[in-house]
Design a protein around this ligand. Structure first.
Ligand SMILES: COC(=O)COc1cccc(COC(=O)c2cn[nH]c2)c1
Length: 239
């Protein structure tokens, strides 16, 4: 998979080459290109933003600069992803979709955002997703790109040590992951739940499922509502 990121802060993307992703890059599973948007400016001030039409605070990123950058970086098979607070939610399902793409391009917005015509024009040639990683406002898209790229890269075969660990991902069965424990058996007078040391895997799986359901009900009831009825067996309903 080829990943390209266009940003005015290329150094912000340095962590992409560290650790997990660094290994994936070394193995040739992913190749990452980081491009400085200012490389496409012609003026001495390398201006990338201007005042918003209609007035209002802040600045908007200029369409002409972005247009040239995306013309050079995108290809017909590109999936263009623009992190924005106004985007549709980035979810584990979308991470799986992105993991099957051959070329992801990320456009990092700053200030009050990118002139909307950049997205509208790009959508004439490539698939464009404006996605949100959460209901809060960051200063720019770079941090969101780090989060999205990590969520996608870990799904690629060969990137994670243990391929089975996706199967137990939170959201994999639409529920939140329950609590996990490791040695010691008692720590600061807190003991590991007995069932986990029983060796009875039928009971253990049942207990883990119950923990997931209770945690999801308590923390993310919205996730329960979006699950079909057949997702719950008779024991679940008894909870
Ligand atoms: C068309 O897209 C744009 O104009 C994007 O512009 C901006 C402007 C400011 C900040 C950001 C970064 O994204 C977030 O803050 C964000 C994403 N998820 N949750 C918060 C992007």
């Amino acid at each position: 998979m080829q990943i390209d990121v266009v940003t005015i802060f290329p150094e912000y993307l340095a962590p992409l080459r560290a650790a997990l992703l660094g290994k994936a890059i070394d193995k040739g599973l992913i190749s990452v290109g980081v491009h400085d948007l200012r490389d496409w400016t012609q003026d001495v001030h390398k201006a990338v933003d201007d005042s918003p039409y209609g007035g209002g605070p802040g600045m908007v990123m200029k369409p002409d600069i972005w247009g040239q950058a995306l013309d050079d970086v995108c290809t017909d098979s590109t999936r263009l992803i623009v992190p924005t607070p106004a985007g549709r939610p980035f979810t584990q399902a979308l991470a799986h979709e992105y993991a099957s793409e051959s070329h992801l391009v990320f456009a990092c917005g700053r200030y009050e955002g990118i002139d909307q015509r950049v997205v509208d024009d790009a959508a004439r040639r490539v698939r464009v997703d404006e996605v949100s990683i959460g209901d809060y406002v960051l200063v720019g898209g770079e941090v969101a790109v780090l989060a999205i790229v990590e969520a996608v890269a870990r799904l690629l075969p060969g990137v994670l040590g243990n391929p089975k660990s996706h199967a137990e991902d939170s959201f994999q069965d639409g529920l939140l992951e329950g609590p996990s424990y490791t040695r010691p058996e008692v720590w600061r007078e807190l003991a590991v739940p007995d069932v986990l040391r029983s060796g009875n895997h039928k009971l253990i799986n049942r207990w883990r499922r119950d923990q997931s359901l209770v945690r999801t009900f308590e923390r993310r009831p919205d996730l329960l509502e979006s699950l079909p009825a057949e997702a719950f067996d008779k024991h679940d309903r008894a909870l």
